[in-house]
Ligand binder design. Structure first.
Ligand SMILES: [Zn+2]
Length: 674
């Protein structure tokens, strides 16, 4: 996934706190005035809140994002309940959502069915007799959304952004990252042992005798470890040129040997594939070798495991609880599983997000918000334009192309202009929950594969309308803001400009800056991966990026035990720094001619930075922090406040930060990029 988002997606959601009211104003009660803002602005802005916060048992953390996700999920819950109680016209969004929800909430039927709903797929796997059969089953599982082996999907061709291209990427791992298979620490060793045990337990639930399951689990681990060894690191994956290896189908054999692509394309339903982008050729070379070298029995075990893992959240309690015990508790420190309605609501949003999104937007998204935030976007664009026009480190030819790129940015706000057409998808209240999930996934796969040979549809969305997040997509040169994030504390129609520019304004600036971060800058105004920089400007950019890498490498989490990976997080750190700087400049333009009276004792500039710090108000469980340090390209929330602001003279001025104060970097350590 190349989209650059405002925060990590995994395993976020709601809590049991039902009493939070919409916050219409800046929450000054969170401030801890015993901390000097010049020493630690994160603690100053959020300290009182941090002292009393408790992470709800079913959550990985708590804070502004979580609270908003929680509120939004309760709205979605109500929509689902109402849809299930009504009997809307067959095929309508309300009917699909209601039937999907009813099937997911039918705990009695789900538990009574046991493993039966996935028996057809288990039989398919058991029937594997040849290498060609393995390929067919890999494809069959992918068709219903069961991830395994490698990634396969259709997306824009990065060097011909108007055309679609089939994409093959590394994948196939059950742990969160390749590093989990190799890191030589006690924690990781323990986690690997727990993982193998977990696989064995799940295979027993799926019908294996315990001894068979134990052997199979070890075989899965061995195979995954080989795939992990051939996988690129997350830092290596940041290089889009290295990930671009367009290969004619006739030439694939040079890399993947006798892996039979014709069998794979036919089995998955991909027609007229002429070329493929092999994202990571070494991985696919290793994968094809394993297909020949690994015994068929081990492939059956691996695919059975992937099926069970993918389906577990929608099966009976034994699967659900064991899945949670590993992926929720062991890996991320979550104390208790979320109640069923939360899990089902999330899976409907995943499965038929445009049906749920239509109902959500109709009820909860005021059209006035869209117009207001679109104006904000243009304010931010003007501010960034003014910055690019005067950047001291960029030469004239590069500047001209940077401005062309900025002017070409397209914006999607709130929800898609056209919703997905679900007329070929059947969701049934009488089907099992997992069948409905598989049907929705199969619809998405068909929709995706049908793009081959078509021009790129630039109206498509890659997030659902209720999502609390935002993204920049470099191949479309487009920034996207779902309705979900256009709510307090990010955006509030009743709040003063300073609060909105510090909140949603910084988010908009962040996404815009992604067009010019270490990755985004490599794509041109049309969304093509094409170097438009002069060597001099490239060098000047890299010099500045190196300083921000160094800055964040020095930050630690978990009592100093772990370091932030400055290289992995550089794009997000550049976007945070640029985003807040541009949003501040836009606020200054907006304030011209307005009253600059203090509100709540703070100047507009101070309120801007307090608003910025409040959106990153967050605590996380230690296990989750440990996991995110490996997999998340975003820095931990506290560093997203301290890091950018300690580089920003606008902040120093607002809070009278002097040389030598902790919140003020000095000399050649100060980073300014955009
Ligand atoms: Zn981002």
């Amino acid at each position: 996934m190349r989209n650059h988002i405002i925060r990590a997606l995994p395993l976020l959601a709601a809590s049991f706190i039902f009493t939070l009211a919409l916050r219409a104003e800046l929450d000054l009660g969170a401030i801890d005035s015993s901390v000097r803002p010049q020493d630690d602005f994160f603690e100053y802005a959020n300290g009182s809140w941090l002292k009393t916060v408790e992470i709800p048992g079913d959550q990985l953390g708590w804070g502004s994002f979580y609270e908003l996700i929680d509120r939004t999920q309760k709205n979605l819950h109500e929509i689902c309940e109402n849809a299930a109680a009504a009997s809307a016209r067959a095929g309508s969004p309300a009917r699909m959502v209601g039937d999907f929800y009813a099937s997911g909430m039918n705990e009695g039927a789900i538990n009574a069915a046991g493993v039966k709903p996935i028996q057809p797929q288990l039989d398919l796997i058991a029937g594997i007799k040849s290498r060609a059969d393995v390929i067919k089953v890999i494809a069959a599982l992918k068709q219903i959304g069961v991830r395994n082996s490698f990634g396969f999907y259709v997306d824009a061709d990065e060097k011909d952004s108007e055309s679609y291209l089939a994409q093959v990427t590394q994948g196939g791992l059950g742990l969160p990252d390749r590093d989990y298979y190799f890191t030589d620490s006690e924690k990781m060793k323990k986690l690997r042992a727990e993982y193998v045990e977990h696989i064995a337990k799940m295979l027993v639930f799926a019908g294996d005798p315990p001894e068979t399951a134990r052997v199979a689990a070890q075989a899965v681990m061995n195979l995954e470890t080989k795939l992990a060894a051939a996988s690129r690191t997350r830092v290596q994956l940041r290089d889009p040129e290295a990930n671009y290896n367009k290969t004619a189908v006739a030439d694939l054999a040079k890399i993947t040997g006798d892996f039979d692509w014709a069998v794979f394309f036919k089995a998955i339903g991909a027609r007229n594939v002429r070329s493929v982008n092999l994202g990571q050729p070494d991985f696919m070379r290793a994968f094809a070798a394993q297909l020949n070298e690994t015994p068929l029995a081990d492939w059956r075990a691996y695919l059975r495991w992937n099926l069970v893992r993918g389906a577990a959240p929608c099966l009976g309690d034994d699967f659900v609880n064991e899945n949670f015990a590993f992926y929720g508790r062991a890996l991320n420190g979550q104390k208790e599983i979320k109640v069923r309605w939360k899990r089902v609501t999330e899976s409907i949003d995943d499965g038929i997000g445009d049906a749920l999104g239509q109902l959500y937007v109709a009820k909860y998204f005021p059209p006035a918000s869209k117009a207001r935030v679109l104006k904000l976007v243009e304010d931010l664009r003007s501010a960034l334009r003014a910055r690019i026009e005067t950047l001291e480190w960029m030469d004239a030819p590069t500047r001209a192309r940077a401005l062309e790129k900025l002017n070409s940015f397209s914006v999607k706000m709130g929800y898609p202009d056209k919703w997905r057409d679900y007329s070929t998808l059947t969701i049934s209240r009488d089907a099992s929950y997992v069948e409905n999930v598989f049907a929705a996934n199969a619809y998405e796969m068909r929709r995706n594969l049908a793009k081959i040979g078509q021009p790129v549809d630039r109206t498509e969305w890659f997030m659902t309308a209720s999502t609390i997040n935002a993204y920049y997509n470099p191949v479309e040169n487009c920034i996207v803001f779902p309705a979900g994030i256009l709510q307090p504390p990010f955006f509030d129609a009743n709040a003063d400009d300073a609060v909105n520019y510090g909140g949603i304004g910084s988010v908009i600036g962040h996404e815009m800056t992604h067009g010019f971060d270490d990755q985004g800058r490599q794509y041109d105004a049309r969304g093509n991966l094409k170097d438009w920089w002069t060597p001099q400007s490239t060098e000047a950019f890299n010099k500045r990026a190196a300083v921000i890498i160094d800055q964040f490498n020095n930050y630690t989490v978990l009592d100093g035990a772990l370091h932030v990976n400055g290289t992995l997080t550089q794009g997000e750190n550049i976007a945070d720094l640029g985003g807040v700087k541009i949003a501040y400049a836009a606020l200054q333009r907006a304030l011209a001619g307005q009253s600059r009276a203090k509100i709540g004792g703070y100047t507009p500039e101070q309120r801007f930075f307090l608003s910025y710090a409040s959106i990153w108000r967050e605590v996380r469980r230690p296990e989750y922090r440990r996991n995110l340090i490996v997999i998340d390209p975003h820095s931990p929330a506290e560093w997203r406040v301290r890091g950018p602001l300690s580089n920003l003279e606008e902040f120093w001025k607002a809070f009278d930060v002097k040389e030598g104060d902790k919140m003020r970097r000095g000399g050649s350590d100060i980073v300014t990029i955009w």
